[in-house]
Design a protein around this ligand. Structure first.
Ligand SMILES: [Zn+2]
Length: 253
């Protein structure tokens, strides 16, 4: 699963080759094929990351939304470079004069107007993204406090509360903040929420800046067989909203 930091990293790479460029747009999604002719002679205004979504903004104000889910990935090829992946898996191909950016195996590719997106119950109602410059602590806490009966572990998986946080991040954030994922949102103090927010920002930025060196900060994820790296206590594992969860039985309360 691509968590927010990887999405932001990919968006940076895509911006570098696409932003401001005239582009040929081809879909590997059958029901979008008929729109290709309406997308001729457009430029890419921007490639934005929002949570786990890519929002590719076109010069006619439409947006191509891409979500990689579990299996999708991007590749960027230079002109005339041979693709190292089969063309039939390409779901979206953006070709400029010098590069092709290809989203392979992405389960979600949509062509939307801003209005469609704002009204969309799944794609349009994202919680604040800690890696975006418009991140608002106040809005994050407002959305969190609106779900007092959720456990904090479940709340962090809900993209309408905070977007871009995936399973590894939420487990590590709660470990650093010393908060057990089963604690109810209603039972969090103001100080608990401040620690959760601070660690979310810190770990997401760290992941984005130190991509490929996750070993240096992943401390309890998949750590069930080892003692807690902080207190030596027992690391337990259980499921929350279907996702495997790890937490120290002793120092996360
Ligand atoms: Zn511990």
């Amino acid at each position: 699963m691509a968590e927010g930091p990887l999405v932001h990293y990919n968006a940076r790479q895509l911006r570098r080759v696409l932003k401001g460029k005239r582009v040929r747009i081809e879909f590997g999604v059958r029901k979008l094929k008929r729109f290709e002719s309406s997308l001729r002679n457009l430029r890419i205004n921007d490639v934005e990351a929002y949570g786990k979504q890519f929002r590719i903004r076109l010069s006619d104000e439409r947006i191509i939304l891409v979500h990689l889910m579990m299996w999708g990935y991007w590749r960027i090829y230079r002109k005339a470079e041979t693709w190292d992946r089969p063309r039939e898996r390409a779901r979206l191909i953006l070709t400029t004069g010098s590069h092709a950016a290809v989203a392979f195996s992405a389960p979600v590719v949509r062509l939307l107007t801003q209005e469609d997106l704002d009204r969309h119950p799944t794609w349009g109602n994202l919680g604040p993204d800690p890696l975006r410059s418009d991140f608002s602590r106040r809005e994050f806490l407002r959305r969190l406090d609106a779900r007092p009966s959720y456990t904090i572990g479940e709340a962090f998986l809900d993209q309408t509360i905070v977007s871009g946080v995936g399973n590894i991040l939420r487990i590590e954030v709660m470990f650093r903040a010393k908060i057990h994922p089963r604690r109810k949102v209603a039972r969090l103090s103001r100080n608990d929420k401040r620690r959760l927010t601070d660690w979310t920002l810190r770990l997401m930025k760290k992941w984005l800046e130190e991509r490929g060196r996750e070993d240096e900060w992943i401390r309890v994820y998949r750590g069930k067989s080892r003692p807690c790296p902080r207190c030596g206590g027992r690391v337990e594992s259980f499921r929350q909203a279907g996702r495997i969860t790890y937490a120290c039985h002793d120092c996360q309360i």
